[in-house]
Design a protein around this ligand. Sequence first.
Ligand code: PHE
Length: 434
Amino acid sequence: MENKRPEWTSYISFILATVGSSVGLGNIWRFPYIMGEYGGAIFLLVYLFIIAFICVIPLALELAMGKIYKGDVVSVYDKINPKFKVFGLLGVITSILICCFYFVVGGWIINYIWIFLINDVPADFSAYFLTMNSDPQIPIILTILFLLLTVIFPFLGVNKGIEKANNIMMPLFGLMLLILAGYALTLSGAPEGLKFMLKPDFSKISGPMFLAAFGQALFTLSIGMGAMITYGSYLKQEVNIKKSVYTLIVFDTIVALLAGVVIFPIVFTNGIEPTAGATLVFISLPQIFLSLPFTRILAVLFFVLLFFAAITSGISLLETAVACFSDHYKMSRKKASFLLFFVIALLSIPASLSFGLMADFQIFGKTFFDFLDSLTSNILMPVGTIIVCLVCGWYAKNIAKEALGEGVFSNFLMFILKFILPVIMTAVLFVGLT
Ligand code: PHE
């Protein structure tokens, strides 16, 4: 049974898959915006410190948990201690809930590729975004379409599906990002855009800035819900986790920075305030594309890039659940993918209608979409990370050894793991709750 488990065919495939999971919508628009809001270069320094010395720890632990115990997130916790199985289930639930709003955005991306590729390009994107979302069917159909395109890969399996998808899409993603960054740097707003990203504003050092950096780091590194445990379980025994995690965070950070290099010159050339999330990417940017030369090529490049980022992250979210259904509950991979498809298609309906028909359907004062977003990023992922740290720091020390190695620096990381991380993460959680 054990030796039938699939493995990444090469180290590069493993890196591309984990980078594919971590590089996603979080890098392309969330990172540049949060960085701008919290003081540019100063935020970047804090963020880099947090990623390199703190968040790298749970990332390495998750990969090591998978590598040692060779299973999906539920089986891994179950093998560590049967009482911990519930932690694994929490991870699977978290990944399903993330899919339910993340895939809605994936659907919008498909629609935008479609309009820039073939259709008439609308003149006013703010009206267009509203019309698209007020339709009772279109947002649902788009979400399901994105889900369908994503679920194909876990359905096909680790090597034939997930590995192939990442091996093709991630290099293309990198190439497109470089082309777009090169183009953006030729625009007149480039110096101002870069200044916005890199100008340190020391007055912005604050508690909320640290917490924002933590939240961003967890989300972007896909920590706290088991995706990295699942991907780590396909690792060959000889792979060195300590080395791999640094490769991974370097890639993730470079992509986030390049996304800023693409977005801010474009934004500043057109005198638009950099705003958050949906508005920036689906309203302001496409509106600006209309006034730039090569509108369609530019826009298609940008949205296909976004599509690759979203789908490779989506694949890892689905695989976390598919692996659980097929490994732990002994369902066939195909059946598990079908089941998941129907569950997510159904659960994502209220999220896909959150910007139109169901805008008034609110939970704790939030639309269903926003509720899922903050429930997962602010609560479930920090809880998942605290659990990883406590289990590995205080209980399954063999995992910590595999992940952190031995030596002075490792002892320092071990100290952070046992004493600092649980405290900081609990603080992040409380801020998320308030
Ligand atoms: N890391 C992805 C992003 O930055 C999101 C994600 C979270 C993917 C959790 C998988 C698991 O968009």
